[in-house]
Design a protein around this ligand. Structure first.
Ligand SMILES: C[S@@+](CC[C@H](N)C(=O)[O-])C[C@H]1O[C@@H](n2cnc3c(N)ncnc32)[C@H](O)[C@@H]1O
Length: 270
């Protein structure tokens, strides 16, 4: 991905916008500095853009995009979005955040995973919103805390978020404070096998391979008759991951997919 900046002074932004849109950009925004356009990489990109703008390729201003969601999402900016009945509102560093609202979640704009732009997060939020609020939630791979904090907004009693990345733990705590949820949220630097106790609802949006390896530890966090939501699973390996959890005594539940990703809902068989 590459970002093209077309300075406002250099040409008529509306005409430029039409021509650039015809090239199928990933994202486009207009600000004080002019147009900023995010393009997927292609061998002919420089020539196509130069032709669309009527200038030589050497006079184009390109830069690298800012990456979110642990380097997996390239966006020009994160925008507020409604997911599963909650407004996810980005808070940019230095800007004064709005007051927390009962149906909103303020999320610091950071490189840590959890902006809400990634389908794996969205799938998990949608599945979460369909479950009754649990008295305790454990969120394995909490990232910026988005899932655990959403669970609290949706009525959960307390939530524990664990992550092996110190920056994630720091961001999750900061987001809890930002949303006035710090009294019901704890974040710790650990994996799922650190004596976390059990909870009626366990969330884990981690990649498929660690989800399989960690199946005994993650399933071991689920209380009797409890629910487990697993996300971050490419559709093609969903059955393989399911089998790892059936093997440790979980039962199948609903499956949802989007954009090639799957979120599994499993139930405790104990
Ligand atoms: C895909 S992100 C999910 C973030 C957030 N929960 C969401 O749904 O958007 C996965 C997170 O899991 C963390 N992680 C990876 N392996 C882990 C493990 N074994 N134990 C705990 N966290 C882990 C990563 O550091 C990363 O923050």
């Amino acid at each position: 991905m590459r970002v093209l900046t077309v300075p406002r002074a250099e040409l008529d932004p509306e005409a430029a916008l039409d021509r650039l849109l015809s090239l199928g950009p990933v994202d486009i925004t207009e600000g004080i500095g002019g147009l900023r356009v995010l393009f997927a990489e292609s061998p002919s990109l420089d020539d196509e853009v130069a032709r669309a703008l009527g200038r030589s390729p050497g006079r184009l201003h390109w830069s690298a995009p800012v990456l979110r969601d642990g380097g997996t999402t390239a966006l020009l900016e994160v925008r507020p979005q409604r997911v599963a009945g909650l407004w996810l509102a980005p808070v940019v560093d230095g800007a004064s955040p709005p007051a927390p609202t009962p149906d909103g979640l303020l999320l610091r704009d950071s490189p840590v995973f959890g902006s809400g732009a990634h389908p794996t997060t969205v799938l998990c939020l949608e599945a979460l919103a369909e479950l009754p609020p649990a008295p305790r939630v454990i969120d394995v791979g909490t990232g910026n805390g988005v899932l655990a904090l959403a669970a609290l907004r949706l009525g959960a009693g307390v939530a524990l978020g664990v992550d092996t990345d110190p920056l994630a733990v720091q961001e999750a705590r900061a987001n809890a404070t930002l949303n006035a949820l710090a009294d019901r949220f704890t974040a710790t630097l650990s994996g799922p096998d650190a004596g976390l106790g059990r909870a009626p609802l366990v969330l884990a949006n981690v990649l498929a391979a660690p989800l399989q390896v960690l199946a005994p530890a993650i399933a071991g966090l689920v209380a009797s008759d409890g629910d487990l939501l697993l996300s971050g699973i490419p559709e093609g390996v969903a059955e393989e991951v399911t089998r790892a959890y059936l093997h440790v005594g979980m039962r199948r539940g609903p499956v949802r997919s989007r954009g090639g990703w799957t979120c599994l809902h499993l139930r405790a068989g104990w």
